[in-house]
Ligand binder design. Structure first.
Ligand code: NDP
Ligand code: 2IT
Length: 450
């Protein structure tokens, strides 16, 4: 709050400006505030970056459009579609699409802003974007999903392209939706290109892309633990969510010798003290990805505890991996985790911990990785999918997995480079923010005032 940010401007004044320009966007303000605070001293010591931040918080382009479609009952439905093209200084716009009723400008701008720094951290040539709709896929038939995706793409197609903007999945957008979106793009544009990632293997997808975010988040936790001569093996792990990221975090943690105690959805969490092993995870994948049921059905099947209306952070564990959504872990949860002996938090979701929770983890010198570092494996593997599409060939599972491990390790090293305190504690928040910022800022300076 005290130091200079840019010619004569304090952090408070800078944030006042951002607030004035972006009213009613609390998630966006939250994401920017964290980054600005992290960069404070760094920018003071590197005055050439003064002013770059002000450009960086302004999206290069914001697209908002109408998405009309017809339900199975024959009713006309209107949803709102978005694409925030945040920054293209180091590569084509890249980032997921979210279909969830809570989607609005604030949420997508926070996600796009985080994506810029995350994509920079991957070391791959990827700019940052995010998009989606307030469409709610829950309870919709496959036909309704297809009709919605086709209408959404009717507009989005004119803004994207394999070298322009390459969307992918996020909450509510998985393999099924990417298929419908890709089919419509191909039909309208009459071109088969890598315009989306997260595609199926038969038509241009990459091995390991579905697994990549959850796997990468587990690899990152392993990297963090290694700095304290420790590992996931033998540890208890609490995971939230039960979608794409949570499922593959659960799989990798189990493969690495950890025991996953919980998974959740927006209705509550299951607590399986015996651990969610490969067989039980297969049940969850069928339940969530095919039957599209609720996590409570797991508790009925395996006779374990189900806690409705709560998040799993008060369950005793060694490691926590929030893999559901933003602001799902608050200060009280952070205190409970640390009190119960949790030593490591690796975020699979984007901004799942509130600012007060993050501050507490840092004060307690817990191993804490912000999503833009620990969940970057998903978009990184999207980058690998784009590379394979450009070459018109496919790499093996082993090759992509090795690349993913290598990228996560690189991100970890970048965090150490920029985030190590004098006492040896690694502040991964500062490390990730500075590490992500430098490359984008350099590119923006080199390309002039655009
Ligand atoms: P999915 O749609 O596959 O799963 C989302 C999960 O989170 C579901 O279990 C869902 O429960 C739960 N959830 C969603 N919204 C809420 C909410 N408001 N409150 C409580 N629970 C909620 O999405 P993903 O697994 O792909 O994404 C999860 C997180 O990971 C998001 O933050 C996303 O931005 C982030 N992420 C995703 C990447 C990817 O490659 N997919 C890459 C990097 C980050 P329910 O079914 O009840 O809604
Ligand atoms: O938040 C994210 O990084 C994603 N949803 C993945 C984006 C991508 O382009 O693969």
């Amino acid at each position: 709050m005290k130091k200079k940010k840019k010619a004569g401007m304090t952090i408070q004044q800078f944030m006042d400006l951002v607030n004035r320009k972006n009213p009613n966007e609390p998630e966006f303000i939250q994401a920017v505030q964290e980054v600005v605070e992290s960069l404070d001293d760094f920018i003071d010591n590197n005055p050439k970056y003064v002013g770059v931040l002000e450009r960086m918080v302004e999206p290069e382009r914001t697209i908002i459009f109408r998405v009309p479609w017809i339900s199975d009952k024959g009713e006309f439905v209107i949803n709102r579609g978005f694409r925030i093209e945040m920054n293209s200084s180091i590569g084509p716009y890249k980032g997921g699409l979210r279909f969830h009723p809570s989607v609005n400008l604030s949420i997508l701008k926070f996600l796009a802003f985080e994506q810029v720094l995350k994509n920079s951290l991957t070391t791959l040539p990827l700019g940052g974007a995010k998009g989606g709709s307030d469409f709610d896929p829950k309870g919709k038939s496959d036909l309704e999903i297809m009709k919605f995706c086709q209408s959404f793409m009717n507009e989005l197609q004119r803004h994207i392209g394999a070298s322009t903007d390459v969307p992918a999945g996020d909450i509510g957008v998985g393999g099924r939706e990417i298929g419908f979106l890709f089919g419509q793009y191909k039909r309208i544009r009459n071109e088969f290109t890598g315009v989306l990632t997260g595609k199926s293997l038969e038509w241009g997808g990459s091995l390991i892309r579905p697994e990549a975010t959850g796997y990468g988040c587990s690899y990152f936790a392993e990297n963090m633990l290694q700095t304290r001569q420790d590992s996931i093996k033998g540890k208890t792990v609490v995971i939230s969510g039960s979608g794409n990221v949570a499922q593959y975090a659960c799989e990798k943690v189990t493969q690495l010798g950890g025991k996953v105690l919980t998974l959740s959805d927006s209705n509550g969490y299951i607590y399986d003290k015996d651990g969610i092993d490969a067989e039980k995870l297969a049940f969850i994948m069928e339940l969530k990805n095919v039957k599209r049921g609720r996590i409570s059905e797991y508790a009925e099947k395996y006779k374990c505890e189900y806690v409705a209306g709560k998040t799993p952070w008060h369950v005793k564990c060694d490691i926590a991996m929030p893999c559901a959504t933003q602001n799902e872990l608050d200060y009280n949860d952070a205190v409970a985790l640390v009190k119960n002996g949790c030593i490591c938090i690796s975020e699979g979701a984007n901004m799942p911990s509130t600012p007060a929770a993050v501050e507490y983890f840092l004060e307690e010198k817990i191993l804490y990785a912000p999503g833009k570092a620990s969940n970057a494996g998903g978009v990184a593997t999207s980058g690998l999918e784009m590379a394979q599409n450009s070459m018109r060939l496919n790499w093996t599972r082993e090759h992509v997995d090795e690349e993913l491990k290598h990228i996560m390790k690189n991100i970890h090293e970048t965090c150490i480079k920029h985030g190590k305190d004098k006492d040896g504690y690694i502040n991964y928040v500062r490390g990730a923010n500075i590490g992500g910022f430098v490359k984008v800022a350099e590119a923006m300076l080199a390309q002039g005032l655009v």
